[in-house]
Design a binder for this molecule. Structure first.
Ligand code: BGP
Length: 465
């Protein structure tokens, strides 16, 4: 195969999943907010399917990792569930079965020559900490998270070199406190701002623990994974540009700037202060955030965000929401993934890469998630029994072409991870849309490599396509 898009020899080719979406709840001592939500409102989940079994990684991890190896993935991200590893959240006492399980998983990744990238939070707050303290709105929970992080570094830092504090903290803010798509489904803009700040603080506190750990002394690195939705204005009229600027500051820079530069975006702080919704912070906390920035960035890219000035006046009776300063623009004729309802715009990956190069000190970064969720993939299963997902191959190719161009132009990207290795459970969408390189039969739990998995195998072998 002749390669027109060549990537570095040490490029991370991999895929990402998470504990709550793959493991299943087997032997877990505590419930996360998602476990609790499913137990109390199963009808909120597509086809009434919750996280109880997921893709059965808890029992199948050896075979699953072998399939990942068969594709040739050299790195895989998953997450450690707080609710599985920790027995007592206040003291940080660990659960023996949780420790055994994650040790086995890590050892198996290492044995198979796959670099494990471990994330500490993937939307899976222990529900007890929400009930007792108000979850991420509480600074005590921030401290408990730092304790959990410390335990993880102590236990697994000898073998895991790449750590992530949070996956998509903005989704916690938006899903739980603004737009009601994650439990507890609140609409409370002021609290959302405090949670946004507390998550940044929690990430910095976990990084501070990491810096003290032997893992850091052994050359380990720590980063954060952010979902970036680059904000494009409807037009170049100043009001549309200003609307997009606020959306960019709120949705993206609110985590990017503290993570990379150690400070909050001044324009954002000014607006939140004027609006009376700025978070409560202390000088010590701000110093801690300044000192504990990330070593690398993971960027999840799925869709852009298109913004326009407000045409419908903002109704203050609903309290403060970021939409006070913009309206989402639904661009006519844009390319959509109809199953997920997300716009497909591959060029944004290039824009992100150039933004990292020019405004984020060209910090080392990788695409930590990108992918295409498709409903009803069984209809593409051929006579030989494997799924012909050419649309996924095209989707990945188009994104990689833009990424390649940005790397040629100097963006410091070191990898590409697809969401996801094996079809996994997608929150309230459960198993509606499939993303994997490997198909999961929900009834038999049989796992088979898709055409995209075979294609990815060749890309990895050839260092490009
Ligand atoms: C990201 C999350 C993943 C995953 C993915 C696909 O936001 O980090 O956990 O679920 O999106 O989205 P969804 O599952 O909502 O279709």
């Amino acid at each position: 195969m002749s390669v027109t898009h060549e990537f570095p020899k040490d490029f991370w080719w991999g895929a990402a999943t998470s504990g709550p979406q793959s493991e299943g709840r087997f032997h877990k001592a505590h419930r996360s907010v998602f476990d609790y939500w499913f137990d109390t409102e199963p009808a909120a989940f597509f086809d009434g399917i919750g996280p109880n079994v997921a893709s059965n990684f808890y029992n199948d991890y050896r075979a699953d990792i072998a399939l990942m190896k068969q594709i040739g993935l050299n790195s895989v991200r998953t997450s450690i569930q707080w609710t599985r590893l920790i027995k007592d959240f206040e003291t940080g006492e660990t659960d023996p079965d949780g420790v055994r399980f994650y040790n086995n998983v890590i050892d198996e990744f290492v044995r198979q020559g796959i670099r494990p990238v471990l994330n500490l939070h993937h939307f899976d707050l222990p529900v007890e900490l929400y009930e007792k303290y108000g979850g991420w709105a509480s600074k005590h929970v921030v401290d408990l998270f730092a304790l959990f992080a410390k335990r993880c570094f102590e236990l697994f830092g000898d073998r895991v070199k790449d750590w992530v504090t949070f996956n998509e903290p903005m989704v916690v803010v938006e899903g739980e406190y603004l737009y009601e798509f994650h439990y507890p489904k609140l609409v409370d803009g002021k609290q959302a701002c405090q949670v946004l700040y507390n998550l940044n603080l929690a990430s910095a506190k976990a990084i501070a623990e990491f810096r003290k750990s032997t893992c850091a002394q052994l050359g380990g690195r720590i980063g954060i994974v952010l979902n970036l939705t680059p904000a494009y204005p409807r037009s170049d009229q100043p009001e549309d540009v200003a609307a997009a600027k606020f959306a960019e500051d709120y949705k993206n820079n609110s985590f990017l700037d503290p993570a990379v530069h150690g400070y909050f975006t001044k324009d954002l702080v000014d607006v939140l202060k004027t609006d009376g919704v700025l978070w409560e912070s202390t000088t010590e906390e701000i110093e801690l955030i300044a000192k504990n920035t990330v070593d690398f960035l993971g960027i999840n890219y799925y869709q852009p965000f298109r913004a326009q000035r407000r045409e419908i006046p903002y109704d203050d009776a609903q309290g403060w929401l970021p939409e006070k300063h913009f309206q989402q623009y639904h661009m006519p004729g844009c390319r959509m993934n109809p199953y997920r309802g997300w716009e497909i715009y591959p060029k944004a990956i290039y824009d992100i890469a150039i933004h990292v190069r020019d405004h984020l000190s060209n910090i080392p970064w990788y695409i930590s998630e990108n992918g295409m969720g498709v409903e009803g993939e069984e209809r593409f299963r051929n006579a030989d029994g494997f799924i012909e997902d050419d649309y996924r191959i095209d989707f990945i190719k188009e994104h990689l072409q833009w990424l390649h161009k940005a790397m040629q132009e100097g963006s410091n990207c070191f990898g590409y991870h697809l969401w996801t290795p094996i079809d996994c459970w997608s929150w309230s969408n459960a198993y509606k849309n499939r993303y994997g390189l490997i198909a999961l039969d929900l009834v038999t739990q049989e796992k088979t490599i898709k055409k995209s998995g075979l294609w990815m195998h060749d890309v990895i072998q050839n260092h490009g396509f």
